[in-house]
Design a protein around this ligand. Structure first.
Ligand SMILES: [Zn+2]
Length: 429
């Protein structure tokens, strides 16, 4: 596929953070031209970019894709009751069919709201991988490991299945396999160690939850005599290919350990606030220590959506408010986290996160013709503080149009929405 987007305002996110009126050429999976001058080339698609903003697609660094099926189910409960009374029983009823529908729902939601790449971890990741590839998003898909096994696998079946999953998807263009030991409270130190060895052996990323709640940290100290980051370090989990989701309750010493290991952090401000986590990671300290940070939504059951524009705004406001500092996380830095930060966390810095020749063509267009987006004093401020996910009109991943002028081109939108309600009812009855 070849696409020319012409006469548009380009938020490049390049090294100089340039923004200019111009044209972008996409050939195959890559961006092959970015120019202020007209590009005269025949392409299959010509997109008139007037009145629009073109920017790199957003990267959602922490999701549990099919959990959209549980959106709004058991809200406003204490965390323990929410998990034991609502989420875990419903998850126990998951099967390949419900996973497929839940994943399609999540993929549609991300396409519609400008996310082009995501880091997932859940059960039935094989089904998630298949539908992700079919619909065409870029997914770093975490195969979950837990002491008690997963809804589809007994403990002894997990590692052989993980091996197969990695072999099958390792060379895929869009889907990348990831090893995902769930957390230090659901995985023994043996499972954590084995997961780290697996990730290293196959050269893939590792994605886990880390220090989300105070209880998790206290329990870890009670069991191992050390905090989660130290435990991870001992188990070999803390490496430059590791993504630690949350890190709400980490100390300065732990920040330094994470920095030393070059591990990455996925910050999920909305989920943390909704689940009343009670501590906001100090991004000023974390970024000062040169730790790579990306933004995530977490699952839609604890958010309650996968909208990265909302997450950017909330992340910025939360830092400002918490630390009484209007400069704690400015708009440009926030957009950086949702693009370049996510790319770096996924070891894709040279390939994703900005609009530059040679990079992969993951791009979105924002339609500026809405009252809440006028006037355009500062495009970055408008993107972070005023833009809604539904202002995205076109989504391109790997050079392929997934949504254009709000029309979905790779899936049956109506059918998915119809099926979701039926499947969700079965899970929660
Ligand atoms: Zn999570």
């Amino acid at each position: 596929m070849s696409i020319l987007v012409s006469n548009t305002k380009i938020v490049t996110q390049d090294r100089q953070r340039r923004i200019f009126e111009g044209n972008v050429l996409i050939e195959g999976s890559k961006i092959t031209g970015v120019s202020k001058k007209p590009i005269n080339q025949e392409t299959e698609w010509k997109i008139d970019g007037r009145g629009k903003l073109l920017l790199p697609g957003l990267i959602n660094l922490h999701t549990h894709l099919p959990m959209g099926l549980l959106r709004g189910y058991g809200d406003d409960l204490p965390l323990e009751r929410w998990l034991t009374d609502c989420i875990w029983p419903a998850e126990g009823r998951l099967d390949p069919k419900s996973i497929k529908i839940g994943s399609e729902l999540g993929l549609l939601e991300m396409i519609a709201s400008g996310t082009t790449c995501f880091a997932d971890m859940y059960f039935f990741e094989e089904e998630i991988a298949e539908i992700t590839e079919k619909i065409g998003l870029r997914g770093f898909l975490g195969f979950s490991l837990m002491n008690r096994g997963t809804p589809e696998l007994k403990p002894e079946e997990m590692h052989p299945a993980l091996s197969q999953f990695i072999q099958k998807w390792k060379k895929n263009d869009l889907v990348k396999p990831v090893v995902a030991p769930h957390s230090c409270y659901t995985c023994s130190s043996e499972i954590l160690t084995k997961a780290a060895e697996f990730a290293k052996k196959h050269g893939v990323l590792l994605h886990t939850h880390c220090s989300e709640t105070k209880k998790e940290v206290y329990d870890c100290q009670a069991e191992y005599g050390k905090r989660p980051v130290e435990l991870f370090k001992e188990c070999g989990v803390l490496t430059q290919k590791t993504i630690l989701a949350h890190c709400c309750w980490i100390t300065k010493a732990e920040i330094n350990e994470i920095a030393k290991a070059k591990a990455k952090i996925a910050h999920n401000p909305i989920s943390n606030a909704k689940l009343a986590t009670g501590s906001v990671p100090d991004l000023r300290e974390i970024l000062k220590a040169n730790v790579s940070v990306g933004l995530g939504t977490d699952g839609a059951a604890s958010n309650n959506d996968l909208n990265m524009f909302e997450t950017m705004k909330f992340a910025s406001l939360l830092q400002k408010h918490q630390y009484e500092d209007p400069l704690a996380l400015p708009a440009q830095k926030t957009l950086d986290l949702a693009t370049l930060g996510g790319a770096d966390a996924l070891s894709m810095k040279g390939k994703l996160g900005s609009i530059e020749e040679g990079k992969l063509a993951d791009l979105i267009l924002i339609d500026l013709r809405h009252p809440h987006l006028k006037p355009l004093h500062n495009p970055i401020s408008t993107l972070v503080y005023a833009t809604k996910g539904c202002d995205v009109c076109t989504t391109i991943v790997n050079g392929r149009l997934l949504m254009h002028e709000k029309r979905f081109l790779t899936c049956n939108y109506e059918k998915v929405l119809d099926e979701v309600s039926k499947v969700a009812l079965e899970l929660t009855k």
